[in-house]
Design a protein around this ligand. Sequence first.
Ligand SMILES: CC(=O)SCCNC(=O)CCNC(=O)[C@H](O)C(C)(C)COP(=O)(O)OP(=O)(O)OC[C@H]1O[C@@H](n2cnc3c(N)ncnc32)[C@H](O)[C@@H]1OP(=O)(O)O
Length: 409
Amino acid sequence: MTTDLRVLAESEWASWYGALDLAFGGVPEAPQEQELWHDLVERDRSLGVWDGDACIGTTSAFSFRLSVPGGALVDAAGVTMVSVAATHRRRGVLTSMMRRQLDDVRAKGEPLAVLTASEPVIYGRFGYGAATSQMQVTIDSTRVRLSVPAGTDDVRLRYAVPADVHAACEELYARRVVERPGMLARRPGWERHGLLDPESDRAGASPLLCVVAERAGELVGYVRFAVKPDWEWQGPKGTVRVRDIEALDPAAYAALWRFLFDIDLTSSVVARSRPVDDALLQLVSDVRRCDISVRDSLHVRLVEVGAALEARTYQAPLDVVFEVEDAFCPWNAGRWRLTGDAKGASCARTRDAADLALSVRELGAAYLGGVSLTSLAGAGRVRELRQGALAEASVAFGSDVAPWLPHGF
Ligand SMILES: CC(=O)SCCNC(=O)CCNC(=O)[C@H](O)C(C)(C)COP(=O)(O)OP(=O)(O)OC[C@H]1O[C@@H](n2cnc3c(N)ncnc32)[C@H](O)[C@@H]1OP(=O)(O)O
């Protein structure tokens, strides 16, 4: 098979995007969604593989800045739109695209690449580790009550048209980004993602609704959601579907959740993408009636091990030598000494004896502080070569706040 892998030209957009659609089942997206991606996709970071004039492979990358422990925003390639035509699968097309893409990311100087995977089994071989989790929670709001903090009654709630308040909501979101690793600083244009609401995706629910929380006229929180009405012989049984919810303080947060729980004619509240340490779980009266499931979310790849490990801080002092294995990006392989604390870090090559041995995939999984090196060692994926080094590094790598990616890309 002779194929040509090249950067996407504007004239190739329709074939490229059509190939991507087909690999995901061939159901065309709504026009407004197609338009959004048409505008957001960075052409010079998009690759296509061509067999004659047929596009048989696609991938792209967004130029993101990712929040990491310590609050820095680190340049990260947001790998996306990966597909290979079913007619050409399992012949190494994906591997060739990953090769080119990671070389390009390195040349651009981004220390990290990140992605969300359609199937978690795909990307480990390319050095990505599952670094954040997302929680889906379905709550029986007829039985579960909330214990709200003082000040909740002082928060004023009002409905707003989502598009009318989006600038203020984006400002509030931007303040939250540095407080939680895994969040992405939204580039101009990305606010449209939060407002995307094609009718074909509603499955019987209302259009996107928004309620803002205010105190003394200042925005202190917002929730975007939809209501799916349902009626049974015994009465109403509607569902509140939460898209996103952000607040600047506990009272505003509680006020928004209380509102969602109390919407008339509904009996359940569903939120699909919440952090695993969501304060909601501390507000509810009966966590057993909150049906919770957790799955992988953001996968992280350290493209430049030294620069990436220096870009975050560590919650306890550490001085460890890692022996890193990286077959796909061999420039990372070898021994690295990482010293750091809560103020900063330095990471450089060393000839000293290694304290811990692991592959770049484990470093990616542990990077945002959501997966402990100790738990990876329990699975045999990290080896301790100096007694005490595992506990030292594992504590230092941790994050008090669970890393979380609020939305896909
Ligand atoms: C970030 C994102 O965009 S996620 C979206 C990913 N895209 C999709 O899920 C769309 C549907 N699927 C596809 O398009 C393709 O099957 C892809 C992109 C997942 C894989 O493309 P391929 O060209 O077949 O992969 P390639 O031949 O390079 O495979 C490399 C290795 O990964 C393995 N692999 C690839 N995909 C999968 C998978 N879905 N499940 C298990 N193993 C897989 C292959 O078996 C191969 O293993 P080997 O090296 O041991 O032989």
